[in-house]
Design a protein around this ligand. Structure first.
Ligand code: ATP
Length: 447
C-alpha cells in the first residue's frame, strides 16, 4: 500500500485485482460458493508458494539452530485434551433473537445485533475445533479433530527430533501446514477463514533464557517483514495485557499490520513457558524433559513461539505492494494514464520474468520461445504475446512481475533483447546469452 495519504488502497481494489488476474477465487463458486473459503488461482498459488519458501528459507534452512517438520493434520484426541483446546479453545458466541445471525461477543461494541438491532442471547462458549470421524464407524470413540494450529505436532515430536537430529538447546522446530478453526465471524477475504495455513516456529530454550529469546524473535520477525518489502510504518508491535493472555502464555506480542480496515494481527509471538511440554508429558506419561550436558540437569525447556498465517501474510504483502501512479501518455498528446503496479519483493512476485515478443509475428516467435525456454530453466518465466506491447507491460506491472524481456526485430540480427525493470521502468539491452545471469544478479541486488 502506498503510504501517501489519498493513495491508500481499498479492499475492493485488491479483491478486484485478485479475481481479475487469478490470485483468488471464491471456493465452489459454480455452486454459489462456500462462505469464507477461498481458492488460490494460478498467480495466487505462486505467491503463496513464494511466501512459504521465503519463510522456510530464512527461518529453517538458513539457520544452524532450526530444523523442519511436517506433522499430520489428524492427531490423537488426547493431544487436544492436553493442550487445553478441548476445554478452552472457544469464543463467546451470541445469537440475535430476531434475525438469528451469530456473532463473537468480544467483537461487538454493544448488546444490540449489528445487523438488525435486535436483542442478543446470553453468550455461550463455542469451541472452534472442527470435529470429524476416523474410520467407518461414526461414534464418539472415533471422533477426531482437524488441528486448529500446527504447533501441537511439534511438541509431541519434541523427543523424536532431539534424538534423531541430535539437537542441543537452544534450538527450534519450524513447520508449515494447514489449520482449521470454525470461526464464528470469518471475513475480510483471506484475513480470517476457517481453513488456512500457518508457518510456526517453536524455539526451545533453557528456562531463564526465555525473556531474551522472546525479544530476539520479536525483532527477527519484524525484520523479516521489512526485509521482504513491507513498509515499516505499516507494522507495529502490540504487547498483550495481562487480562488477554491465553492460558498457556507468559508474554505475548502481536505484530500488527495496517490493513485497509485498520490495524489487525498479522503474527503472534509468545513465550509459552514450559506449559506445552509439561502438559503432554503429564497426559502421555512420557518423559519430555531435556538433559542439559552443562548443568547435568533435566528440565522441560521453555518455548518461544512465532506463528503467522500464510494467507494473512500473503494478503498483507499484496496490500503493501499495491500502488497506482500517474504515467506519461502512451500516445503523443494523449491523456495521462494510471499505472497499477504491485511493487512486491522480487522473491515473492508470482512471476519473475515475462517474455514478450514485440508482436505476434511469425519471424519473432521462434526466438521469443527460445528465450522463454532459456529463462524458465531457472525462473518462473511467463510468455505473453497477446495485445499491444504497452498493454502487456501494464499487465505484468499489475501482477508484480519484476522483469520483462522484449524480443524485437533487431534481436533476429544481433541476438540481443531488452530487459525492463518494473519499478523504475528502466531498460537495458543485452545479449540473450547473458540474460539468465543478469536476471539472477538483479534479483539478488536490485536494478
Ligand atoms: P485472532 O485473535 O485474530 O482470532 P488468534 O490470536 O487466535 O487470532 P493465533 O492463534 O495467535 O491467532 O494464530 C497465529 C496466526 O495464525 C495469526 O496471527 C494469523 O496470522 C493466523 N490465523 C489465525 N487464525 C486465522 C484464521 N482464522 N484465518 C487466517 N489466519 C489465521
Amino acid at each position: 500500500m502506498s503510504t501517501t495519504p489519498g493513495n491508500a488502497v481499498t479492499m475492493e481494489k485488491i479483491l478486484s485485482l485478485c479475481k481479475r488476474r487469478g490470485f483468488l477465487f471464491q471456493s465452489s463458486e459454480i455452486y454459489g460458493g462456500l462462505n469464507a473459503t477461498w481458492d488460490y488461482g494460478p498467480l495466487g498459488a505462486e505467491l503463496k508458494r513464494n511466501v512459504k519458501e521465503a519463510w522456510w528459507r530464512s527461518t529453517v534452512q538458513s539457520r544452524d539452530d532450526v530444523v523442519g517438520l511436517d506433522s499430520a493434520i489428524l492427531m490423537h484426541p488426547n493431544v487436544w485434551k492436553a493442550s487445553g483446546h478441548l476445554d478452552s479453545f472457544s469464543d463467546p458466541l451470541v445469537e440475535c433473537q430476531s434475525c438469528r445471525q451469530r456473532f463473537r461477543e468480544d467483537d461487538l461494541e454493544s448488546r444490540k445485533c449489528p445487523n438488525c438491532g435486535g436483542g442478543l442471547s446470553e453468550p455461550r462458549q463455542f469451541n472452534l475445533m472442527f470435529k470429524t470421524f476416523m474410520g467407518a464407524v461414526e461414534d464418539t470413540a472415533s471422533e477426531v479433530y482437524l488441528r486448529p494450529e500446527t504447533a501441537q505436532g511439534i511438541y509431541v515430536n519434541f523427543q523424536n527430533v532431539v534424538n534423531s537430529a541430535r539437537r542441543k538447546l537452544p534450538f527450534g522446530i519450524g513447520q508449515i501446514g494447514k489449520a482449521f478453526r470454525n470461526e464464528i465471524t470469518p471475513g475480510n477475504s483471506i484475513f480470517r477463514t476457517r481453513e488456512f495455513e500457518q508457518m510456526e516456529l517453536e524455539f526451545f530454550v533453557k528456562p531463564g533464557a526465555d525473556a531474551e529469546w522472546l525479544d530476539y524473535w520479536v525483532e527477527e520477525r519484524m525484520n523479516w517483514f521489512v526485509s521482504h518489502g513491507v513498509h515499516r510504518e505499516n507494522l507495529r508491535l502490540r504487547r498483550h495485557g495481562q487480562d488477554e493472555l491465553a492460558h498457556y502464555a507468559k508474554t505475548v506480542y502481536d505484530i500488527e499490520y495496517r490493513f485497509p480496515w485498520g490495524w489487525a494481527e498479522l503474527e503472534g509471538i509468545a513465550n509459552r513457558s514450559d506449559f506445552d511440554l509439561r502438559q503432554h508429558a503429564g497426559h502421555s506419561g512420557r518423559d519430555l524433559t531435556y538433559f542439559d550436558d552443562e548443568t547435568r540437569q533435566r528440565y522441560h525447556p521453555y518455548v518461544i513461539e512465532t506463528s503467522v498465517g500464510v494467507d494473512r501474510a500473503a494478503l498483507a504483502f499484496l496490500i503493501d505492494a499495491y500502488q497506482e501512479e500517474a504515467v506519461a501518455p502512451s500516445k503523443p498528446g494523449g491523456a495521462s494514464e494510471t499505472r497499477t503496479v504491485l511493487r512486491m519483493d522480487r522473491r515473492l512476485a508470482p512471476v519473475t520474468v515475462a517474455v514478450l515478443p514485440l508482436s505476434r509475428n511469425q519471424r519473432l516467435t521462434p526466438t521469443a520461445k527460445e528465450v522463454h525456454a532459456l529463462l524458465r530453466q531457472r525462473f518462473n518465466a511467463l510468455y505473453d504475446d497477446a495485445q499491444s506491447i504497452g498493454r502487456r507491460y501494464r499487465r505484468q506491472d499489475e501482477i508484480g512481475a519484476p522483469y520483462c524481456v522484449t524480443v524485437d526485430f533487431d534481436t533476429l540480427d544481433d541476438r540481443a533483447v531488452t530487459l525492463r525493470d518494473r519499478d523504475t521502468m528502466l531498460q537495458l539491452r543485452l545479449p540473450i546469452s547473458r540474460l539468465p545471469e543478469v536476471v539472477e544478479d538483479k534479483l539478488r541486488h536490485g536494478w
